[in-house]
Design a protein around this ligand. Structure first.
Ligand code: ARG
Length: 460
């Protein structure tokens, strides 16, 4: 069949070029959205009197038939029909004949593709929010079990101060909550209908853009037709939000990978989320965490890809814009599966509490406790810091820790130090006493968990 745009051409398109220019291999993912948009458009064409009720009814019936075929898997997409819009229109023509040609009245593929993408993005954002909600629930449940599980807190990847494992987990909860809020905001820019902008300048037909918008479930319409057909900010926002999300997941995965190693042994992944080695029989690898960390690369790449596509585009539509889709689909697939895998991995991992907490007993992560103890007794903190530093050096040379120093030695160093120092130096005491707002003290972690539960409840 001749091209739907074939009128002004004398020769057919070169075959390789035809494939080069086609987007059907990937934009077929928007088949449902395309049909939904067409249904809204034809409904409006009838209600405004642009088409007769009879014509519109024939087209609607045809769209329904194409939809049924699509759902049954009976539609074969063809490169020669270029993209999802023309593939669907060709099927419609096959169903109902020349009246199908009236569907494209007051519409262009430029506003049609933008509409499909807005619809697709809204669905994807909803799914992303659901999965992010679920992952945050998993995190809060795990944190609730580990409020009093002690682990080393790190700075520079060196033991810094003991913390609650629940507190560590809730830090990721906070990051993922900001991600949630960003994706939620993203919906506002996706939830605007470009349909009716036509090619770029609007149309001479008396269309009703608000009607199509409401039929498709959009809250608003673009107020500038040129912006409507060339705006891809809602996708860039998605790609950027996804990049930040993947950065968070990747940081978390990096920690999980470390925690699984022989050097840490803090956690054990369930068999369902690890793999073996084909040569080393003893291996149990955190592949899924590594993959999520690795996949952050392609998600960042997709963001930079589209930013680069957009950066020099003159208004309004340019074919370059066809390059906006594959990265968007790939990013969506990547984040949706990563969120699922992450939730599965976290809900099945076992925490080696004993190893975690005992690793804070063979270190100097209680040095701040000793300094704070002296400072609380009136010694200027800088002086206290100096004294403790010297004690750490002395212990390091002697091969023991601050909790092993005899009381007599402490009292030589400072008469302010009394027998209660040994309780103060315990990791558990150190954690429990860090009760400043947002600190790792058990009460503070419980407060964070309560707030998180309220937030999650309010999202339902
Ligand atoms: N497949 C095209 C795209 O994804 C649809 C819009 C085509 N419009 C045009 N004027 N060639 O951008």
């Amino acid at each position: 069949m001749a091209k739907l745009w074939g009128g002004r051409f004398e020769e057919g398109l070169d075959k390789k070029t035809e494939a080069f220019g086609a987007s059907i291999t990937f934009d077929k993912k928007m088949a449902r959205q395309d049909l939904k948009g067409s249904l809204a458009h034809v409904t409006m064409l009838a209600s405004t009197g642009i088409l007769t009720a009879d014509e519109a009814d024939q087209i609607k019936a045809g769209i329904k038939k194409v939809e049924e075929k699509y759902e049954k898997g009976d539609i074969e997409f063809k490169i020669e029909n270029e993209d999802i819009h023309m593939n669907m229109e060709t099927y419609l023509h096959a169903e109902i004949g020349p009246v199908a040609g009236k569907l494209h009245t007051a519409r262009s593929r430029n506003d049609q593709v933008a509409t499909d993408m807005h619809l697709w993005m809204k669905d994807t954002l909803t799914e992303t929010l659901e999965k992010l909600h679920n992952l945050r629930e998993v995190l809060v449940a795990l944190a609730s079990e580990h409020v009093e599980t002690i682990m080393p807190g790190y700075t520079h990847l060196q033991h810094a101060q003991p913390i609650s494992f629940g507190h560590h987990l809730m830090a990721y909860y906070s990051m993922l909550t900001r991600d949630f809020e960003r994706f939620e905001f993203n919906i506002q820019h996706a939830d605007i209908s470009p349909l009716g902008a036509a090619a770029l300048a609007g149309t001479t037909f008396p269309i009703d853009r608000k009607e199509t918008a409401s039929l498709m479930g959009f809250s608003d319409v673009y107020v500038n037709s040129m912006d409507a057909v060339s705006d891809r900010d809602f996708i860039l926002e998605f790609l950027s939000n996804a990049s930040i999300l993947m950065m968070h997941l990747s940081r978390f995965c990096e920690e999980i990978i470390l925690w699984c190693s022989n050097e840490y042994k803090f956690v054990t992944l369930s068999d369902a989320f690890s793999t073996g080695s084909s040569i080393m029989p003893q291996k149990k690898n955190p592949d899924m965490a590594e993959l999520i960390r690795g996949k952050s690369g392609r998600v960042y790449g997709n963001l930079f890809g589209l930013l680069t596509v957009m950066k020099s585009l003159p208004l309004a539509y340019n074919k370059d814009l066809q390059e906006d889709k594959e990265g968007m689909f790939d990013t969506a697939d990547t984040i949706l599966t990563s969120l699922d895998v992450m939730a599965g991995m976290l809900s099945t991992l076992s925490v080696n509490k004993e190893i975690m907490s005992s690793s804070t007993e063979k270190d100097f992560s209680n040095a701040t406790e000793l300094a704070d103890y002296l400072a609380a007794k009136g010694l200027p903190f800088r002086q206290a810091h100096e004294i403790v530093g010297e004690m750490v050096l002395e212990c390091t040379k002697a091969g023991y820790y601050l909790q092993d120093v005899p009381l007599e030695r402490y009292q030589e160093v400072s008469p302010l130090i009394e027998a209660d120092i040994y309780e103060t130096l315990k990791s558990r005491t150190a954690v429990e006493r860090r009760d400043s707002f947002g600190g790792t003290g058990f009460e503070q972690v419980k407060m964070q968990i309560e707030r998180a539960k309220d937030t999650l409840e309010s999202e339902k």
